[in-house]
Design a protein around this ligand. Structure first.
Ligand code: PBG
Length: 330
């Protein structure tokens, strides 16, 4: 019998398994596990800094000391993974602060790994938080130069690895960066450090609140010459295939909610682990509607996270991680 030749009503009554909460829980096809949630942290210079981000209620820019306090909270909630973004004091046109051995992220990694050796510390590799112009690479001939940028990204990845990062996550969308970073890590004794590639990263308006948080809005133009066109699904699979060829251990689809189709096709085409980035705008929209009483924020959060899992994500990077931890399946 094919799966569509079901016995007809009244023999088939799909409501039977929906009758009680116990039945629904027993037959839920998708689970949310706290160990698969990754919480982003925005790290600033200074001491005892904790700046609320206006467009992301509940999310803060913190100095390293307060980031350690965040980690304590995370661990007590059963969360064990963070993704670090740095906000340097000084920016320049080559993003020098991004690959300084004692840069803010490099120091944060060292301190977090010293205090919480079991914690999974993932670092975002990209220049946009560190460049004065806010682009993800260096400017060459009036555009973001691809090959000129690769060396700087490689340096950044190496400083993260030397600081003790567990996973390196390039988010810049330059061609060939995964291969270059892999080769450099291998050559410098970091053959065991995995790369989580932001492979299908779209030029999305949903990054708006993040750019407030990271101070990384491009000062001219936009990111469309390096991030993907939201209209393209097949091209996303090519990006993913190339990153896997270049050595990515984990691939990512970003944003998540407007791109669930990409997640689903990536899941069926490839056998590598897949991460999805439930981005800032996706977070803020739910927060804003909930603040106005237009939507139940907690339920909207859980429904979104389950949809991302159901579409095929193994890991979810989300600003909701702490709130969701309390409601995860256990
Ligand atoms: C850096 C980077 C961005 C995000 C993650 N890494 C911003 C961008 O590309 O403009 C967005 C994350 C979010 O919106 O939550 N390149």
């Amino acid at each position: 019998m094919s799966k569509y030749e079901l016995p007809a009503f009244p023999v088939s009554r799909l409501r039977r398994l929906r009758r009680t909460a116990a039945l629904r829980d027993a037959f839920a096809e998708t689970r949310l596990d706290r160990r698969t949630l990754i919480y982003p942290l925005f790290i600033m210079e200074g001491e005892n800094v904790r700046n609320a981000i206006g467009s992301m209620p509940g999310i803060y820019q913190t100095s390293i000391d307060n980031a350690l306090r965040e980690c304590e909270d995370l661990v007590s909630l059963g969360l064990n993974s963070v993704l670090l973004f740095g906000i340097p004091n000084e920016k320049d046109d080559r993003g020098t602060a991004g690959y300084a051995a004692d840069g803010v992220v490099q120091r944060a990694v060292r301190e977090i790994k010293t205090r919480f050796p079991e914690m999974l510390v993932i670092t975002d590799v990209c220049l946009c938080e560190y460049t004065s112009h806010g682009h993800c690479g260096v400017i060459a001939d009036g555009t973001v130069g691809n090959d000129e940028t690769l060396e700087l990204l490689t340096n950044q990845a190496l400083t993260h690895a030397r600081a003790g990062a567990d996973i390196i996550a390039p988010s810049d969308m330059m061609d060939g960066r995964v291969g270059r970073i892999r080769a450099a890590l291998d050559a410098e004794g970091f053959a065991e450090i995995p790369i989580m590639a932001y492979s299908a990263k779209f030029a999305s308006v949903f990054y708006g609140p993040f750019r407030d948080a990271a101070g990384s809005t491009p000062q001219f133009g936009d990111r469309k010459s390096y991030q993907m066109d939201p209209r393209n699904g097949r091209e996303a699979l090519r990006e993913i295939a190339l990153d896997i060829q270049e050595g990515a251990d984990i691939i990512m689809v970003k944003p998540a909610l407007a791109y669930l189709d990409i997640l689903r096709s990536a899941r069926s085409e490839f056998s590598v682990p897949i991460a999805a980035y439930n981005v800032s705008g996706e977070y803020s929209m739910i927060k804003a509607a909930a603040e106005r009483g237009w939507i139940d924020g907690e339920k909207a959060m859980m429904e979104s996270l389950y949809s991302i899992k159901r579409a095929g994500a193994d890991l979810i990077i989300t600003y909701f991680a702490k709130e969701a931890a309390e409601l995860c399946d256990r």
